[in-house]
Write a protein that binds this ligand. Structure first.
Ligand SMILES: *Cc1c(COP(=O)(O)O)cnc(C)c1O
Length: 505
């Protein structure tokens, strides 16, 4: 007998025993084999032992594995997605999985629904509930469950099947039991009113008995079947993060990171402790000592203004601390990778440039890597920024262009909106109404563009323009006024100014 077979036999007998001990109905708990990070050969082994339900946490890796197994003829595996969901991975997940257990917010539900291919049956979903408020950042807060359920029920291509919860990582069994009991109560509360709401996914290798005793209908087991996982590189939770500078952009990135990461592992340094109080309230460390902050961290965000960055880099250099294995992420505009390298003598550098809508999670973040940044560091960086919006990667020249289009862009759009509002007012509309009208028009137009990915924007424009009509008359004036030329000059001026800044640092 091979060891996966032995492990499976052992797990099945543990499940059977736990069911008997808690006087539950036979076969009332399903086994989900968690194969994340494990090769497809191991999935095949477990398949041959009769297993059909497999769980994965990393969308890209999993999608490849699923495709390969399908090509080999393993078509009746039920694939469960159980990991944290980044917004830009929803399409992969909606395309490759049968059930998603970790839906935790409305935007994710919406995107999964929109992106579920029409030829597949509805995607089954569980809501991941945050049952250990403190230690866990992922999962839907209990207070937000009603709203999320309503959203999922309005989605044609999603089917709500139950709840998933992850017990706190602690040796205190009473605490875990209390969390599982709480989730079971919640599950019972909704079960009566929602059709086919019958899956309660809780319990992993170390807390399977407790979960079954509290009413779990599905346990997610990885380690006890496939052995310990080896992560090739750093994962979020064993990385110490530092911010040099606690200003606006640092705050925005910080807020994104603590959505799935323990604030206790973050240190923020700045000259005025009283301005860092809000980070302390989240459980992070604050200090005025930049050098100590860098020394104890593996990922360092350089969040000071370009004019100050030179002196901060000098301070780090002169301290002679070792920078081995440290990743620096700079958000200083116009400050080139080569200028940072000149001070720190490391190519483990990333430049990022978020625009202001990142504060709402709707930003564009330009990302540019220096030569020594590894793939897993790139993933880590993007994961940290994932709650701010969409990352666009490129070289430093692309970063400048993205800066001009997306960094300055909001101001150009605001200017356009201001002009529309003042025309509305000039023609007799009350200022409040004018603002509302224009807000909704811009928001609606952007949504039309986003929701119609297969239609060109020109086609959308033509759809509201009939020859000789009112829109047509207006557009002709934009042409006469050289609108495209104005925008070309606008972007060029922003770019030229960027190049001037680059020469300063
Ligand atoms: C990895 C993982 C598991 C499996 O954990 P083991 O301790 O290896 O059994 C279960 N659930 C989720 C959500 C996971 O991410």
């Amino acid at each position: 007998m091979n060891s996966i077979t032995e492990n499976l036999n052992h797990i099945h007998s543990s499940i059977t025993k736990a069911i008997a001990n808690s006087k539950r109905v036979e076969n009332s708990v399903k086994l989900l084999c968690v194969s994340k990070t494990k090769p497809k050969e191991m999935v095949i082994e477990a398949y041959k032992d009769g297993e059909r339900h497999f769980g994965e946490s990393y969308a890209v890796e999993a999608s490849e594995k699923i495709e390969q197994l399908k090509e080999l003829g393993y078509n009746d595996i039920v694939w469960h997605f159980i990991g944290p969901i980044q917004k830009n991975k929803t399409k992969l997940i909606a395309t490759h999985f049968d059930i998603v257990e970790s839906v935790d917010r409305v935007i994710v539900a919406k995107r999964l629904d929109e992106q579920r291919p029409d030829n597949l049956k509805p995607l089954e979903v569980l809501i991941q509930v945050n049952i250990s408020d403190e230690s866990q950042k992922s999962g839907c807060a209990v207070s937000d469950i009603d709203e999320l359920i309503k959203e999922i029920q309005s989605c044609k291509k999603l089917k709500l099947r139950g709840f998933m919860g992850i017990g706190k990582d602690t040796n205190n069994l009473d605490e875990i039991t209390a969390e599982f009991a709480q989730l079971k109560d919640l599950f019972n509360k909704y079960k009566t009113s929602i059709a086919d709401f019958d899956i309660l996914s809780m319990g992993m290798t170390h807390d399977l008995d407790l979960a079954i005793a509290q009413g779990s209908t599905e346990v997610r087991i990885g380690t006890a079947i496939f052995g310990a996982r080896e992560y090739k590189n750093k994962t979020m939770n064993d990385v110490k993060v530092a911010f040099i500078g606690g200003g606006n952009m640092s705050s925005c990135i910080y807020d994104s990171i603590i959505k799935d990461y323990d604030a206790k592992n973050i240190t923020v340094s700045g000259p005025h402790l009283e301005k860092l109080e809000k980070f302390k309230q989240h459980g992070s460390n604050i200090t005025t000592d930049n050098v100590k902050t860098v020394e104890q961290a593996q990922v360092i965000f350089l969040g000071v203004k370009p004019q100050i960055l030179t002196s901060v880099l000098e301070e780090i250099k002169n301290s002679n601390i070792s920078l081995d294995g440290k990743l620096f992420i700079s958000m200083a505009a116009g400050f080139k990778l080569s200028s940072i390298y000149a001070q720190l003598q490391t190519h483990n550098l990333i430049r990022i440039m978020p625009n202001t809508p990142a504060k709402l999670g709707l930003g564009v973040i330009a990302v540019s890597y220096d030569s020594a940044v590894t793939d897993s560091e790139k993933e880590l960086c993007k994961k940290m920024l994932s709650h701010m919006g969409e990352c666009i990667e490129g070289d430093e020249q692309a970063l400048n262009v993205i800066g001009a289009i997306c960094g300055c862009g909001p101001a150009f759009v605001y200017r356009f909106m201001e002009a529309l509002i003042s025309e509305a007012v000039r023609n007799g509309i009350a200022p409040n109404d004018a603002r509302k009208m224009v807000e909704q028009t811009v928001f609606g137009s952007a949504s039309m563009v986003i929701k119609n990915q297969d239609t060109s924007i020109a086609a959308l424009r033509e759809a509201v323009t009939s020859k000789g009509g009112t829109t047509f008359a207006g557009l002709c004036k934009m042409t006469e006024g050289n609108f495209e030329q104005i925008m070309q000059n606008t972007i060029q001026a922003s770019l030229d100014r960027t190049y001037e800044f680059e020469k300063m640092f």
